[in-house]
Design a protein around this ligand. Structure first.
Ligand SMILES: C[S@@+](CC[C@H](N)C(=O)[O-])C[C@H]1O[C@@H](n2cnc3c(N)ncnc32)[C@H](O)[C@@H]1O
Length: 271
């Protein structure tokens, strides 16, 4: 039951309609009257396909669409071989999307849950998709940042303010944003190899990382740093020569190549 005619409203106006819908209506769900946080407006299929392509969704993924509408993202993700779950609060859309899942014969991989996105455990997802509102993206952001490093989040139309996307691309006039949940690397790390010691201090604003290292009594900048999920890369000038590091972040351990031993001495805020 789209609140807007899909055919008559032009691309771009739909996102405007979402933004304009401060009052989004009540629905009876699970014998209670609940407020929808955003009205139903479907993502065009070309945009769905591009979202899943940008997030590189495949058979190893567990995709969750938050506010899944008629289930089109769930069905499309399942057709790419992923396990897909839609979370939808509107019972009519739950029924319609379950029928769509059956119609597409993807029931073995796809499921629609009659649930509220704010009361849903997202921790098993490897990919989260959302077409919500800027305010809802921001309300979900702390929970999204707690997800396993490397989890991909892809949104249609709306960003997450100062958490800049790792990628942004337009499809049929709609913006698509992709984020990769960054590991928490901010803080102080002690590195040691063959009796040599480094004290690495990392600053972090989401996936942007910088900092300094004490090499003996000399301070050098952390250069060419990048963080993609749990993969950290940086370079330090040691003994006048640049040395490139690659690290996998495993909680309070950095598994480094070259194999310096690294332990976390202090944790700092992500931003
Ligand atoms: C803009 S539509 C997007 C539908 C679908 N994801 C798509 O892209 O085609 C947002 C959906 O979120 C649902 N919704 C709103 N508030 C919700 C909540 N708190 N929990 C679960 N679903 C919600 C609405 O019923 C609607 O179907």
């Amino acid at each position: 039951m789209p609140a807007l005619s899909r055919k008559t409203v032009q691309a771009g106006a739909l996102a405007g309609a979402l933004l304009a819908s401060a009052v989004v209506g009540l629905v009876v769900a699970r014998n209670a009257v609940v407020t929808k946080d955003v009205i139903y407006v479907p993502t065009p299929q070309e945009v769905v396909d591009k979202m899943l392509e940008i997030a590189d969704v495949g058979p190893n993924d567990r995709v969750m669409d938050l506010g899944s509408g008629d289930g089109r993202i769930v069905v499309s993700a399942a057709k790419r071989g992923a396990r897909a779950v839609g979370i939808e609060i509107d019972p009519e859309l739950v029924a319609q999307s379950r029928a769509n899942v059956e119609g597409a014969k993807v029931q073995s991989r796809a499921e629609i849950r009659d649930a509220n996105i704010f009361e849903t455990d997202l921790s098993q997802a490897t990919v989260i998709t959302m077409y919500l509102l800027p305010s809802l993206n921001m309300k979900l952001r702390p929970k999204l940042l707690e997800l396993k490093p490397g989890t991909r989040i892809v949104t249609h139309a709306f960003d997450m303010q100062d958490w800049k996307p790792d990628r942004q691309q337009a499809a049929v006039g709609r913006e698509i944003y992709l984020w990769i949940v960054p590991a928490r690397v901010a803080g102080v790390w002690n590195l040691e190899r063959d009796g040599q010691q480094l004290r690495l201090t990392l600053r972090q604003q989401f996936q942007d990382v910088g900092g300094t290292a004490m090499v003996g009594d000399q301070q050098v900048p952390v250069e060419a740093a990048s963080l993609r999920g749990d993969e950290l890369r940086f370079s330090l000038t040691i003994g006048g020569r640049p040395q490139a590091f690659r690290a996998k972040v495993e909680g309070d351990r950095l598994v480094l190549d070259p194999p310096w031993r690294a332990t976390r001495a202090a944790t700092a805020r992500l931003r």
